[in-house]
Design a protein around this ligand. Structure first.
Ligand SMILES: [Zn+2]
Length: 152
């Protein structure tokens, strides 16, 4: 149990030396670009959840056109436990528009706005997602009702 030894997937140490208040949350970006959220506990800054990794390319189907078109639009992904498996969840985020869309698998993208950072977008998506009733059978049910996905 060594709270100071959080390290990024890339191997760099994530050293958070700044003082904080218990319960305070802070975003931390590694030199490689990955984002983390940290929470201050008695012993110091503790990594709250897994990395958010920037990605150059990702499937953009299912995201709304106006968000995709915004010039400062950035893409990220992180892993989340869904129906017992760790699956990639994609985030499209525009700082200027303060909008994000978050989506996994064939689920409809969830729009989150206003939102100031991709870390905040993830936090809010997880809160929403984890409050949904458990899915049956470990396999997402068909949810494409509205032509968001390419037609068969
Ligand atoms: Zn890193």
């Amino acid at each position: 149990m060594n709270e100071k030894s959080s390290s990024c997937i890339c191997g760099r140490l994530l050293a958070c030396e700044a003082p904080g208040r218990t319960g305070e949350k802070r975003e931390f970006q590694c030199a490689c670009g990955r984002l983390y959220d940290f929470e201050f506990r008695e012993a110091g800054w503790v990594q709250g959840s897994s990395a958010i990794t920037p990605e150059a390319r990702q499937p953009l189907t299912g995201f709304s056109r106006d968000l995709k078109a915004s010039e400062d639009c950035r893409r990220y992904y992180f892993f989340h436990s869904i129906a017992g498996r760790r699956l990639p969840v994609h985030i499209l985020f525009s700082p200027s528009a303060e909008q994000a869309e978050v989506k996994t698998g064939d689920m409809k993208a969830l729009r989150i706005a206003p939102v100031r950072s991709v870390v905040e977008a993830r936090r809010r998506w997880i809160e929403r997602f984890d409050s949904l009733p458990a899915r049956r059978g470990g396999r997402p049910r068909h949810s494409s009702r509205r032509g968001v996905f390419p037609a068969l």
